[in-house]
Design a protein around this ligand. Structure first.
Ligand SMILES: N[C@@H](CCC(=O)N[C@@H](CS)C(=O)NCC(=O)O)C(=O)O
Length: 239
């Protein structure tokens, strides 16, 4: 299938945007990358690209124009999970959207659990919200580990899919910030979380996340220093 041009509007800081960058890397899709400064978004971005004014967004097709001047002839698409599936549909050989309906449903279910059971606890934890305890965060880890099949590499089987893509950027940021002590949590909570994760009962989860963070498409789209610096700006220097 011939592919039309893809322009990705993204930000190195944003876990949602990294999802789409990973999907494009997995697909080996050529694309133009445009970094949006989230603290000072260009005034053309909402009217010309994404009315919600968020990253990621894609301009697909249309003439080859500078990203600042997106053509009305290109299709504008947004929402990281939708973009990941779109890229998987354009590039089925990437395997990121499982062809098998059962595996596809499992991948989507995994994403749902990450969105409901882990990410909100992670945000609360980082912000020092009283509900964001180490125990709540570990309960999110439990929920994910329970979904991981035994003896396979990734969330649904040995194939790396949209499920893994959806989770990796969020885990990477939490892991980075907790390891570096960046966040509004109490240090005691941080230590309890890290100690809890060392429990051998999390061997399956820990093996899984190690594979996620070692994946080339993840590494090539994650700028640890930029992310850490931005969060220091938000939360202050580590204790
Ligand atoms: N549900 C959206 C969330 C995207 C999102 O919240 N992106 C943030 C950056 S991480 C953003 O662009 N924020 C800009 C703003 O809200 O003004 C997705 O999955 O793509």
């Amino acid at each position: 299938m011939p592919h039309e041009q893809i322009t990705l509007y993204t930000s190195k800081l944003c876990p949602y945007a990294q999802r789409t960058e990973i999907a494009l890397a997995e697909a080996g899709a050529p694309f133009k990358r445009y970094e949006i400064d989230l603290g000072n978004k260009p005034e053309w971005y909402a009217p010309k690209v994404n009315p919600a004014s968020k990253v990621p967004a894609i301009a697909y097709g249309g003439p080859d124009v500078p990203p600042e001047n997106a053509s009305p002839e290109s299709t504008k698409l947004a929402e990281s999970l939708i973009l990941d599936e779109f890229i998987g549909d354009l590039y089925p050989s990437s395997g990121i959207v499982p062809a098998d309906p059962v595996l596809r449903a499992k991948a989507r279910f995994f994403i749902e659990i990450v969105s409901i059971k882990l990410n909100p606890n992670s945000t609360k934890f980082l912000h020092g919200n009283p509900e964001g305890t180490h125990a709540a965060l570990l309960a999110g880890v439990d929920a994910i580990q329970d979904l991981l099949p035994e003896g396979v590499k990734y969330a649904v089987n040995d194939q790396y899919t949209i499920a893994d893509i959806a989770f990796a950027p969020f885990w990477a940021r939490l892991n980075l910030l907790v390891q570096k002590g960046i966040g509004s949590y109490k240090d005691e909570e941080r230590k309890k979380f890290l100690k809890g994760l060392e429990d051998p009962k999390y061997a399956k989860f820990n093996g899984y996340v190690q594979r996620l963070l070692a994946r080339e498409s993840f590494k090539s789209t994650f700028d640890e220093d930029v992310v850490a610096e931005a969060f220091i700006g938000r939360f202050g220097l580590p204790n």
